[in-house]
Design a protein around this ligand. Structure first.
Ligand code: UDP
Ligand code: MG
Length: 317
């Protein structure tokens, strides 16, 4: 039997924490009883620099229950980084990890199925939503558009899979070799390789607290996902440039013909339009290229991705 670590990133989750802690401890107990995991398996709550009482609650849970661990990050670094910090910490003292959000929208009932697949030899098991009933219409359509856009940009992601997944120790270990600062786990995990599989579940509604992913963060994640994995936008610019050059050749011929056949061109309007149009295209292109340069800038700095303030682990860790 292997030692399981459930990794839960938390940002301002004081309302959710006691509920999810109880539910996850319950799930652990049940799996221990069914002989699926070892007795010293644990839940690791990662406090992503919360401004509310989240860390105090984690500490209290840790003091009460030996199988609740806590990791406090010194500041808010965002979901992807908090999750990475949790996975890399958990990897050192467990055989297999499952990552899940604190709001328990993902089904803890499929842990067992995930573990069965793990024992069958899978190193990565994706939790995949088969319905999106509980999301608002807006979230559902924007999320769907996001997955479509990602795949059209050539980023390999698992459709309708967020960050609910099982990873074996060696998968996390390989993941830890990815040293980049622009993190998009959903795109990175498929690059690890090994045998993978998926389990399907229905996503539930958030029980307490509100979404920590407002539209602004969702858009940021989408842009991050595309620009960290694909250089297609740059080639799109090239194509656009080609089309515009072709268009201007046509316009030039048209102007020449009208000149020789004596049709007087007012000129000014078309001139203004083309100046504005080309100006816009140039700005857009420079902006996009700037995005990549910005990323290079961030990567070459090689800054630490997070800062661990406290780790509350088991006795021998
Ligand atoms: N989260 C985090 N840091 C952040 C934002 C969110 O650790 O800066 C955590 C949050 O506590 C939750 C998970 O990431 O456990 C997913 O956030 P949420 O459920 O709010 O997103 P949604 O399900 O609405 O996309
Ligand atoms: Mg959620």
């Amino acid at each position: 039997m292997d030692k399981l670590a459930i990794v839960v990133p938390c940002y301002n989750e004081e309302e959710m924490l006691p509920i999810s802690s109880e539910a996850l401890r319950g799930a652990l107990d049940e799996l221990v009883k069914k002989n699926k995991i070892s007795q010293d398996s644990f839940v690791l709550f990662v406090d992503d620099g919360s401004k509310d009482k989240t860390w105090e609650l984690i500490e209290a849970e840790h003091n009460k229950y030996p199988n609740v661990y806590g990791l406090k990050l010194a500041g808010n670094v965002g979901h992807q980084f908090a999750l990475t910090a949790g996975l890399l910490t958990a990897m050192q003292c467990s055989d297999v990890t499952i990552s899940i959000d604190a709001d328990l929208q993902d089904d803890i009932g499929v842990f067992e199925e995930m573990l069965d697949k793990y024992y069958d030899g899978c190193d990565i098991v994706y939790g995949v939503r088969n319905k999106r009933k509980s999301d608002t219409f807006f979230k559902r359509t924007t999320a769907q558009a996001f997955y479509k856009l990602m795949s059209s940009m050539g980023v390999k992601t698992v459709y309708n899979h967020a960050d609910f997944r099982l990873m074996s120790q060696r998968a996390v270990k390989h993941f830890s070799e990815f040293k980049e600062s622009n993190l998009f786990l959903r795109g990175m995990v498929p690059l690890i390789g090994y045998k993978t599989d998926s389990v399907y579940y229905e996503r539930k509604e958030r029980v307490a607290g509100e979404s920590k992913y407002p539209l602004k963060k969702m858009l940021a994640l989408a842009i991050e996902g595309i620009t960290s994995f694909s250089v297609k936008p740059i080639s799109l610019i090239t194509v656009m440039g080609g089309i515009i050059i072709f268009g201007s050749i046509c316009a030039f011929i048209y102007a020449l013909v009208s000149y020789f056949f004596g049709v007087v061109e007012p000129g000014w309007t078309s001139l203004m339009i083309s100046i504005w149009f080309i100006g816009g295209v140039q700005l857009l292109s420079i902006g996009l290229i700037g995005q990549y340069i910005g990323k290079i800038y961030i990567e070459v700095k090689h800054r630490p991705r997070y800062n661990i303030e406290t780790f509350l682990g088991g006795e021998n860790e």
